[in-house]
Design a protein around this ligand. Sequence first.
Ligand SMILES: Cc1cc2nc3c(=O)[nH]c(=O)nc-3n(C[C@H](O)[C@H](O)[C@H](O)COP(=O)(O)O)c2cc1C
Length: 358
Amino acid sequence: MSLLFSPTRLGPLKLQNRIAMSPLTRCRAIDNVPNELMAEYYGQRASVGLIITEGTSPSADGLGYARIPGLFSPEQVAGWRLVTEAVHAKGGKIVPQLMHCGRIAHPLNMPKGSRVLAPSAVAAKGEMWTDSEGMKPLPVPEAMTEADIKQTIADYVQAAKNAIAAGFDGLELHGANGYLLEQFLRPNSNIRTDAYGGSTEKRARFVLEVADAVIRAIGKERVGIRISPFGVFNDMPLYPEMESDYAYLVSQLNERGLLYIHVVDHSAQGAPVVPDSIKATIRKASNCHTILSGGYDVARAEADLEANRADLIAFGKPVLANPDVVKRWQTGAALNTPDPQTFYTPGPKGYTDYPALG
Ligand SMILES: Cc1cc2nc3c(=O)[nH]c(=O)nc-3n(C[C@H](O)[C@H](O)[C@H](O)COP(=O)(O)O)c2cc1C
């Protein structure tokens, strides 16, 4: 019997199956506001058990890429309501991924008056696309003051309340892939000497304060987190204490009883291997469900569910390219091939026009 296709519960949520849609930035939110086109896209994919949206900023300062959505203005809440209604109408569940880009941002992609913030004034190596001037080097961010830290936590809280107001079933904190939360965790991007930098505990403090504040606002059963131990994306090099740092973080998340811990593993794309030992540590955190992701197909997903390594498996590119991926997998039909040329371009091409089976 297939575990992948059988219904399950994730905390308070009844899911149609154990398939999650991985968060996928698609850059279709003109002026950072979700729209009808995005509602159509997510609605098309509502047969997966849990949709995790693209990275969505909790504040104007947290924006960074061109055309990514936010969840901090009334227009954005109204836009997201179109999305959650489209998904719920088809029996799906959906959470936004709250992504504060931190130093992975360019002012040309951000509203006037917003700031590129990070734990320390250390630029990430690399460039970013801007609609007005093409590729630009990533800027040196401003090191956050204590007041900035307080304000940013307040922004996460407001975004969490907005998520519930927009009809979401919870939220995912983006603690992975080199964005603000991970910038605090890692010693290359966090060289602070105050209570938020230095030791393992101090580097984890901001993430845990954000988690605590959001939990107070909407409840622990509605808050998940995505983390990327051993991830190197966005200029986050490996370092000796990686595994013990993440073991500490996971033990603290477990104490808080978050809804889930979602593990990124991009080794299928050539990134460093994520050791089984850290995945096992996460699985042992029994107060939180586990989601594994990265390079999965049905056979490997079934095997990992069968071996009780995870509660859900998240898939990115297969869901991106196949609005009816669940039906295709269940019937053994061929899959559409994702087109990287249209991953981040505006408009419906390569977004809502991937064909579904008749
Ligand atoms: C177009 C694209 C956009 C992505 N955007 C995000 C994002 O916003 N947040 C995130 O955590 N990961 C993001 N990722 C990573 C995916 O969530 C996922 O981890 C990755 O695609 C590997 O899974 P897959 O092999 O099933 O595609 C993105 C990946 C792609 C291809």
